[in-house]
Ligand binder design. Sequence first.
Ligand SMILES: Nc1ncnc2c1ncn2[C@@H]1O[C@H](COP(=O)(O)OP(=O)(O)OP(=O)(O)O)[C@@H](O)[C@H]1O
Length: 603
Amino acid sequence: MTMPGTAELARLRHPVRRLIGVGVCLGGLGALGTLVPFIGLAELGRILLAGGPVDSLGIVAVVAAVILGLILSWVLTGAALWVTHIADHRLQATLRRALVRKLGRVPLGWYSDKTSGLIRKAVQGDLKDLHHLVAHHDVDLAAAIVLPIGGLAYVIWLDWRLGLLAVATLPVYLIAYAWMMRGFADKMTELDTTFARVNAAIVEFVQGIAVVKAFGRVGKAHEGYRQAVTAFSDRYTAWVRPLLRLEALTSMAVSAPVILLVSLSGGAWFISRGWVAPIDVLAEALVAVVLPQTLLTLTQGLTAHRKAVAAAGRILDLLDAQDLPVADRPRRPEGGTVSFDHVSFGYAADRPVLRDVTLTCRPGTVTALVGPSGAGKSTLAKLVPRFHDVTAGSLRVGGVDVREIAPDVLYRHVGFVLQDVQLLHGTVADNIRLGRPDASFDAVVAAARAARIHDRVMALPRQYDSVLDEDAVFSGGEAQRISIARALLADTPVLILDEATAHADPDSEARVQEALSTVARGRTVLVIAHRLATITAVDQIVVVDDGRVSEVGTHDHLVRAGGLYARLWKEATGEAEPWGREPPAGSARRAAAGFQGAAEVMR
Ligand SMILES: Nc1ncnc2c1ncn2[C@@H]1O[C@H](COP(=O)(O)OP(=O)(O)OP(=O)(O)O)[C@@H](O)[C@H]1O
């Protein structure tokens, strides 16, 4: 993550820069107003201590000026904060909209556990953390600059030597503070890293508690957490303890008694030399006491500011994510043919995952991608709905390069059922309707029936109106069948199916396979097959090995060829004769019924 500099922060605050500017001006004027009572007190003293009759009119004028100054100061500071809080609300709304727009424009492959965590943090925490940066920091800073400058200007106007006296103790504080803050960023990074270890130890402990307990390792897991906490607390104490002692000493330099002592004793000497009048010393002492307050306000806001800057960095990282490139003049795909033409792709530039893949999948056929784990099957299939864009070659759907199809048109053309099914918080019917919100209830039921999930839904307390995670809790296999119903209702000409590996329960698996066979009818289907027994009857089996297509053919053809597929088939089934036509008995035979059924339905 990049820590934003001034330019980046200015970019983030750009939409509300005028409001912040108004807030800063009002805050600066308000800060000047706080000087009025102090100057007024000094002037009052000057009038009262002057010889001769008391100037009552002068007193009234000064008191009126003090009251007016106080009221103005409150009103202006209040108005400044009101304006910057409006800016904060506007910026939050603008950034929320920008984040939502960005989420709609990034490629699907951008979404991962890491980015989902970042989005959650940005929306839940980071936007709130910006509050200090927008609503307070600049106003505080304006006051911290204007108040000392105004106060000092007044004292210097009285006598320049009094100006020096007013800031006499400040250098002690500033030098000590700079010494304490040396290496602050590095120390904070170090502490953040140690604290991240504490968090990781907590997460590890909580997530793995079942396994840890089952294997009787609770003591060991506790130990990891204890060590992480001790390391953090040792480092923190080692850094902070000497600083606290020093801070206690140096903050004395800007405390009111010390400032008054310096001002009055120094002032007495000035008076004895005939440089200034006694009342001028009083005015200087009052102003000198106020000056350090602004510094303290700034340092107190330092942690909130630091948090806000880090939050701004994370938000900018999200907003700067690369958009999915969209063609200026998009074209519409015709039909459901999917063709890979010398396609290469890699997640990192120096590590190709797919190399020179050429392949055609025709409407009304089922193509199964098989191969060793990590060979690139999922990556290949996910290129079709543009989870990522090819790095070389071309991938066409309906005769048009996917990069030339408008994303919404592409998503209406290519549906996918992934292993990691995402069901949304909402009713069962809404979840099935996701791809076609205007579908009738009858169409929803028909899709659920075809996906073999209707009976299960009817057994729920509120049937199709049951809400996920409230009165509808589905097993992995059932969730997959809901997502199959969703794909069926969306009725896309091309369908990508990531065959579920997680649902080993034979009954659930057989039902998922049955459901898939219905979906396959009349479409171009690309199946990522993890169990070979389920795809023996498909039209085309594509063997992917280390990112290349190593074999293409039907089950019989590939088994006879005696290559990688034949070896995988033998391993999967334990058959002595790899060229045996019949799928093995038991669960594999049951599973095989799925895509065989699909292929038969299509013929
Ligand atoms: N989002 C990603 N970022 C970086 N590398 C990835 C990503 N997804 C997959 N890979 C890598 O790409 C390679 C191919 O992965 P892929 O998931 O396509 O293989 P697969 O054949 O589908 O494997 P499996 O059968 O185990 O699911 C692997 O080395 C994997 O680590």
